[in-house]
Design a protein around this ligand. Structure first.
Ligand code: CP3
Length: 377
């Protein structure tokens, strides 16, 4: 075990005890555990001691300790080393005292395991050697099982042991967002080739998404079986579609993934960017929690999503680059708007920007906890 991980154990246990008040004290019966954490409770729309907070992309480039440990290890390679994954996943928990860890990995990790030749290029993102555009290309996407991603299984088990009462969030990319990388061959602003395939050859499109849905579901099942406390389905680029097209071309495939986890006993978070018009549909796809970007206030989002789902969000990550009083005012506003929802997990509206000062993230966590503290029932 890495020395840093060993050190983290005490810190995390202490933070968790302080934050939840449910961890076992010597000689007392144990209540709690991750399933009783403020994060999981909020996902389930149950009251908790405070509004939980974590940050998308909290494990990553804004942390100097991350840059140090990642130096000379390519991104995909680092995702395949369980000890390294464990250390990177723990870094933001240790530093910020967030209410949940998110597994360090990437949405293209299972796609690579399924046999697609790709790389994650620094500053660019996923790049696919031979884009997927024909029926024969779709056939190249193999089903995956635990043995194909055994490093993820191992990392999750290591992390669950290290994290104690702090929940670990597993994740995967949704079929549309994965399809976009595969069809375009890399990141795209317009998703033009993806849409051309979707509108031009719906049969092939649905075959592609059906395959990706199986890969995604298998990847999430490995994480659930290894002990994650929640899962997040990232459909980052779904906001490129109208609601009608989302419902027709995308929702059935994401719904297949989310339905496949319905009995797994862990909350399912469904997130995308620019999805103001899709929030209701993304909830209907089978989520327990809908992630909201910064464009839609959480009270408005709640009206669109309905009373039977929690919301997650939605501080504009760029606000973290502004002076502290601006950040504080935005946090207060979001906590207020979040009270309209039956459950609120505080987060950003998209991932942490690399230039973010990590100390601001730590202050946001403390502020959310302080402002939302509720007396014990
Ligand atoms: O949230 C976390 O801290 C967990 C780790 C995580 C990463 N990628 C690590 C990563 C998660 C949850 C993801 C998901 C992911 N990957 C998404 C969905 C979330 C979103 O941001 O919308 C998407 C679209 C990808 C694809 C991808 N991978 C992009 C766009 C990039 C960034 C490219 C760049 O360098 O600007 C990556 C690479 C990546 N994934 C990095 C990290 C920490 C940067 C790698 C590096 O340090 O060079």
């Amino acid at each position: 075990m890495a020395a840093g991980v060993a050190r983290a154990r005490g810190t995390i246990a202490a933070m968790t005890t302080e934050a939840t008040g449910t961890a076992a004290r010597d000689g007392e019966p144990r209540r709690g555990g991750p399933a009783d954490s403020p994060f999981v409770r909020a996902c389930r729309r149950e009251p908790g001691p405070h509004t939980p907070v974590w940050f998308m992309r909290q494990a990553g480039r804004s942390l100097p300790e991350y840059r140090e440990i990642r130096a000379n290890v390519p991104m995909l390679e680092s995702c395949r080393r369980p000890e390294l994954v464990t250390e990177i996943t723990l870094q933001p928990v240790r530093r910020h005292g967030v209410d949940a860890a998110i597994l360090f990995s990437d949405i293209v990790v299972p796609v690579a395991a399924a046999g697609i030749d790709l790389d994650i290029v620094p500053g660019t993102g996923p790049v696919v050697a031979e884009p997927v555009r024909t029926a024969a290309d779709v056939e190249r996407i193999n089903p995956i099982g635990r043995d194909d991603v055994s490093y993820v299984d191992e990392a999750v088990r290591l992390l669950v042991a290290e994290l104690g009462d702090t929940p670990l969030i597993g994740f995967a990319g949704a079929p549309f967002t994965l399809a976009s990388y595969l069809v375009e061959g890399g990141p795209s602003r317009t998703h033009a080739k993806t849409k051309a395939l979707m509108y031009g050859d719906p049969e092939l499109w649905h075959a592609l998404c059906a395959r990706l849905a199986e890969v995604t579901l298998a990847f999430l099942r490995v994480q659930v079986d290894a002990g994650v406390s929640a899962v997040q389905l990232f459909d980052s680029w779904a906001g490129a579609l109208s609601e009608a097209d989302y419902r027709r071309y995308v929702l059935p495939h994401s719904a297949h993934v989310l339905a496949g986890l319905a009995g797994a006993g862990v909350p399912r978070i469904h997130f995308g960017v620019g999805t103001a018009e899709l929030l209701g549909a993304m909830g209907e796809a089978g989520a327990d929690v809908v992630g909201v970007d910064w464009r839609t206030p959480l009270d408005v989002a709640t009206r669109r999503i309905g009373p039977d789902k929690a919301v997650q969000g939605n501080l504009d990550p760029a606000v973290l680059l502004a002076p502290w009083p601006v950040v504080e005012a935005a946090v207060r506003r979001i906590l207020g708007e979040g009270r309209a929802a039956p459950g609120h997990v505080f987060n950003l509206g998209h991932g942490v920007l690399p230039e973010t000062d990590p100390e601001v993230l730590t202050r946001v966590v403390a502020l959310v906890h302080e402002l939302s503290a509720r007396p014990a029932a």
